[in-house]
Structures are given as structure tokens and as C-alpha cells.
Write a protein that binds this ligand. Structure first.
Ligand SMILES: [Zn+2]
Length: 252
């Protein structure tokens, strides 16, 4: 007997569905194991856009979610993408127990089927462990989105822990390019037109050249800016022909 002949026969004589194909709605009768999925990439790779798309797809299936973000300084925290989409999100800090945020939602009578966590690179080890516990003990799907490396080309702490614990890790298909046309992989910090590899978390600088087209920049002239480079140009510290730093190599 073949697998397909084991399927349910229909009166209409249509092809029987194989028994091993889950019917829609099966998830509710037999809760599938939840997963911790981590999506990472360089700045401007579209991770917030992907986070909002994931939320949209999930909520369209009737699932209820919670959006978390960090470092959003606005009074009404948002996950916002550079192409203009935004959704209200719950702001959390390094001291937040993520499990308590979920329990608060439960206590208010809501389901929490999934979590969307943006800026996941800023998570502490403990918070990533809490997310894993929510997945395993409470069957909450977690979708975390974060930067891979900091301006020193080192993994962010939250990123490292997610790489250690996540069920699935996906490098976001890079849509941001280095000035040379190769995929951008690494985030360079540029102060006064020069790339820096060490420094404080927050660097104060008064002047900086205008960012070249396609680089990060949020209105006004940032004193410190970030530029995504391919690995070769990151290693060599070359910011491209539009950068105005003294001694900057021009395109051959
Ligand atoms: Zn390059």
C-alpha cells in the first residue's frame, strides 16, 4: 500500500490527500513545537522590514504576537523600517525579564503565539536564555532580528548567544552593497571621514562628511556615521571614492 492510498478517500473521487500532509488547523489540535529563529545581517539589510513582514504573515493566520525592540527613544516605541512601515512595539532594556512581559500579556487575557524581537543584537545572554525557555516551556515562537557584528567586526553579545541557542539561523539575503558593488557584510564606524575600529559605544564628533548615497543617515548631518562595506574594503579601511578623508584611496 502506497502512502497516498492511505489518504482519506473523498466521495467526489478527487485525489486523496496523503495522510502525512497536515491539514490546516492541525497546529491547534497538535501543537507543533515552537522554534527560536534568528535572522541577522549588516546594517540596512532590511531586517526591520523582514521583522514587520513576519509579524504581518503571522497575524494573518490568526496568531497573536508581541513586538519587542530596544533603543527606540521615541515616547511610543516602534519597529520601523527604512521603507516607511512601522508598528508599535514594547520597549525593553537590558534588565527586562522577557518572560515577565509575556506573562503580563497573558494576565491581561491575550494569547502570545509568537514574539518578534528587533535589535536582538542588544539582548543579554540571560534574555536569550529566557527566549529559549519561552519557546521550550510555553511554545511561543520567537523570531529575532539583529545585526551580526559591531563596527569592530566582532559579534554582538546578543547575536553570539542567539547563534549558540537558536533552532534556525538565517543570514538575511543582503540587499545592501559596498560602494564597490560586492555584498556589504560589515559595519564601519566613520568619524570625521575616517574609519575607526576601536572606541566608546557612543562617540561624540562635531563634523563629518555627508554620507554617500545609500549609506545610513537619518536626517541632518550625523557627526558619527556608519557605512556598510564588503570584507575586503572593511579590512583595508577604504570608504570609497565619495569619501573625503585625507589619504583616502580613489577608485583605480
Ligand atoms: Zn567593497
Amino acid at each position: 500500500m502506497t502512502a497516498s492510498s492511505a489518504g482519506r478517500d473523498k466521495a467526489g473521487g478527487g485525489p486523496a490527500e496523503p495522510a502525512w500532509v497536515p491539514a490546516s488547523g492541525d497546529r491547534r489540535r497538535h501543537p507543533a513545537p515552537a522554534h527560536l529563529r534568528f535572522f541577522h545581517g549588516p546594517m540596512d539589510c532590511g531586517k526591520s522590514t523582514l521583522a514587520l513582514q513576519m509579524d504581518h504573515n503571522q497575524s494573518r493566520q490568526g496568531r497573536e504576537g508581541m513586538l519587542l525592540t530596544q533603543g527606540d527613544r521615541s515616547a511610543a516605541p516602534m519597529i520601523s523600517s527604512r521603507i516607511g512601515m512601522q508598528r508599535p512595539a514594547r520597549e525593553f532594556s537590558a534588565g527586562t525579564d522577557v518572560r515577565l512581559l509575556v506573562r503580563e500579556r497573558w494576565a491581561a487575557g491575550h494569547r502570545v503565539d509568537y514574539l518578534i524581537v528587533d535589535e536582538a543584537q542588544f539582548l543579554t545572554d540571560a534574555q536569550v536564555d529566557q527566549l529559549a525557555e519561552l519557546v521550550d516551556e510555553s511554545h511561543v515562537d520567537v523570531y529575532a532580528f539583529g545585526l551580526t557584528t559591531d563596527f569592530r567586526a566582532r559579534l554582538f553579545p546578543g547575536t553570539r548567544r542567539l547563534l549558540e541557542l537558536a533552532d534556525d539561523v538565517e543570514r538575511i539575503q543582503v540587499e545592501v552593497l559596498c560602494w564597490c558593488g560586492l555584498p556589504g557584510l560589515l559595519n564601519a564606524r566613520v568619524v570625521d571621514g575616517a574609519m575607526v575600529r576601536e572606541g566608546e559605544t557612543v562617540v561624540v564628533a562635531d563634523t563629518a562628511p555627508p554620507p554617500p548615497p545609500g549609506s545610513a543617515g537619518s536626517g541632518g548631518e550625523p557627526a558619527v556615521r556608519y557605512q556598510v562595506l564588503c570584507r575586503g574594503h572593511y579590512v583595508r579601511g577604504q570608504l570609497g571614492p565619495l569619501a573625503t578623508a585625507p589619504g583616502q584611496l580613489a577608485l583605480p
